[in-house]
Design a binder for this molecule. Structure first.
Ligand code: NAD
Ligand code: USQ
Length: 383
C-alpha cells in the first residue's frame, strides 16, 4: 500500500510516517515546512531539538534501509500537489497538513484568514486532485473533537439520529466549534462530505482529541529521529504543557475553573488509529467519521495528576488557575462516544503514573531549552 502523509514533518505526521514505514507500507511525506516558519515568526521552538526533514529521512534510511520519499511544497499550490500525487500514485492519503493551533487562529484577522485559507483551500485542492486523478484513493483526514464543542447531550461519532415532528433521519452531528481554527475543520468536514456524495470519493474523518506524549517506537530509535514537543502558549497543548511546566518549576497554567473536559490520546495510539483507518478503508461514496481519543479528562484533573506524579519524583509542582484567555464553558457535561476504532482493534495506552513519570523525566532532560517567557498565554479571545 502506498501512503502519502501530508504534514509528515509535524508532530503527528512524523510519528505516523515512521510507524507506517516500519510496518512495510511504502510511504512518502509531503510538507511545506510552514510550521517551522510559524515557529520562527512567533519566536518559539519545540522543547526537543528536531533535525531538518532531509537529515531525519537520511537517518531513517541509514538505520532501517527504508526510503521515505519527500515532496516539499504547499497543497494550496494545485500544480505542485497534482504533480506530487502523480509522481507517487498513493492508494491512501493521510492529511495532517493544516494550521492546527486555536490560539494562533485567534491572534488577529490575518491569522484567522491564514488558518482558514490554508486549511480549507488545501483540503479543497486535495479533493479536486483526487476527483481528477485518484478517485479510488482513500482519504484519511485529521479532524478534531473540538468540531462538536461542548453540547449538553452525548456526542456521537459524526452523525446523530433525530426524530422531529414524527419523522426520523440520521444527520451530521451539530457543530459548535470554539475557535477560528476549529471552525476550519468544520468547513473541511462539510467539503469532504459533499465530495464523497457528489463524486463518490471515499474518506474517513478522524475527529482526534488532544494528543500527548512524545516517544513512539520509531522516533525513540535515535536522537536524530526525535519528534517535536511544543510547550509555548500558542502551539503547546494542555497535558504536554503541564508536564514541561512541572519540569521547570512553573506553576501549571489551568485556564479558569479547569472544568473543561476533553478527549485525550497517547501519540502511540494516534499512529495505530491511522493504520487501522487505512487498513479498513471507507466505501466509495462514504464519508465516515471516527472519534479518535481514548480517555476523557478535565483540565483540572489532569493538572492534579501531573502535580502528584511530579511530587513523586521530587519536583515541586503548584497549580495556578489563570484568568481564562479563551471564551469557553469552564464547567459542562461532556460524554463522547469512541467505539468505532476500538471495534476495529485499537488497544489503547491509558494515561498512567508511569507515562507521566516518563514524560516528566523527558521534559527535565531538555529543560535547558525552555524559554520561560513563552509559557504564559499571550493570545486572548476577549477582544
Ligand atoms: P503540526 O503543526 O505539528 O504539523 C502539521 C504539519 O503540516 C506541519 O509540518 C506543517 O508544515 C504542515 N502543513 C501545514 N499546512 C500545510 C500546507 N498548506 N501544505 C503542506 N504542508 C502543510 O500539527 P500536528 O499536531 O501534527 O497536527 C496534525 C493534524 O492533526 C492537524 O490537522 C491537527 O488539526 C490535527 N490534530 C492535532 C492534535 C494535537 O493534539 N496535536 C489533536 C487533534 C487533531
Ligand atoms: N488549557 C489550559 N491551560 C493551558 C492550555 C490549555 O487550561 O495551558 C485548556 C484550554 O482552555 C482548553 C483545553 O485546555 O479548554 C484544551 O486546550 P489545548 O490548547 O490543549 O487544545 P486545543 O486548543 O483544543 O487544540 C488542540 C490541538 C488541536 C486539536 C485539539 C483537539 O492544538 O489541533 O484539534 O487539541 S480538541 O481539543 O479535542 O478539539
Amino acid at each position: 500500500m502506498k501512503v502519502l502523509v501530508i504534514g509528515g514533518d509535524g508532530y503527528c505526521g512524523w510519528a505516523t510516517a515512521l510507524y507506517l514505514s516500519n510496518r512495510g507500507y511504502e510511504v512518502a511525506i509531503l510538507d511545506s515546512l510552514v510550521r517551522r516558519h510559524w515557529d520562527n515568526e512567533l519566536g518559539v521552538a519545540t522543547l526537543t531539538p528536531i533535525a531538518s526533514i532531509q537529515q531525519r529521512l537520511q537517518r531513517w534510511k541509514d538505520l532501517t534501509g527504508k526510503t521515505i520519499d519527500l515532496f516539499i511544497g504547499d497543497i494550496n499550490n494545485y500544480e505542485f500537489l497534482k504533480a506530487a500525487l502523480n509522481k507517487f500514485e498513493p492508494t491512501s492519503i493521510i492529511h495532517f497538513g493544516e494550521q492546527r493551533s486555536a490560539p494562533f487562529s485567534m491572534i488577529d484577522r490575518e491569522h484567522a484568514v491564514l488558518t482558514q485559507v490554508n486549511n480549507v483551500v488545501g483540503t479543497l485542492n486535495l479533493l479536486y486532485a483526487m476527483k481528477e486523478d485518484f478517485p479510488d484513493c482513500h482519504l484519511v483526514k485529521l479532524g478534531t473533537m473540538g468540531e462538536y464543542g461542548t453540547p449538553n447531550i452525548d456526542i456521537e461519532e459524526g452523525y446523530i439520529t433525530i426524530e422531529h415532528n414524527g419523522r426520523k433521519d440520521t444527520l451530521p452531528y451539530p457543530k459548535q466549534p470554539g475557535s477560528m481554527y476549529h471552525l476550519s475543520k468544520v468547513h473541511d468536514s462539510h467539503n469532504i462530505h459533499f465530495a464523497c456524495k457528489m463524486w463518490g470519493l471515499r474518506a474517513t474523518d478522524l475527529n482526534q482529541g488532544i494528543v500527548y506524549g512524545v516517544l513512539t517506537e520509531e522516533t525513540g530509535m535515535d536522537e536524530m529521529l526525535i519528534n517535536r514537543l511544543d510547550y509555548d502558549g500558542v502551539f503547546g497543548t494542555a497535558l504536554n504543557r503541564f508536564c514541561i511546566q512541572a519540569a521547570v518549576g512553573h506553576p501549571l497554567t489551568v485556564y479558569g475553573k479547569g472544568g473543561q473536559t476533553r478527549g485525550f490520546l497517547d501519540i502511540r495510539d494516534t499512529v495505530r488509529c491511522i493504520e487501522i483507518a487505512i487498513a479498513n478503508p471507507a466505501e466509495a461514496g462514504e464519508f465516515r467519521v471516527f472519534n479518535q481519543f481514548t480517555e476523557l479528562f478535565s483540565i483540572g484533573d489532569l493538572a492534579g495528576m501531573v502535580k502528584k506524579a511530579g511530587n513523586a519524583i521530587g519536583l515541586n509542582v503548584d497549580i495556578n488557575n489563570l484568568e481564562n484567555p479563551r471564551i469557553e464553558k469552564e464547567e459542562h457535561y461532556f460524554n463522547a462516544k469512541n467505539t468505532k476504532l476500538l471495534d476495529l482493534g485499537l488497544q489503547p495506552h491509558y494515561l498512567s503514573d508511569s507515562l507521566l513519570d516518563s514524560l516528566l523525566n523527558f521534559a527535565v532532560k531538555y529543560q535547558s531549552r525552555i524559554d520561560g517567557k513563552e509559557i504564559l498565554p499571550k493570545v486572548t479571545w476577549h477582544r
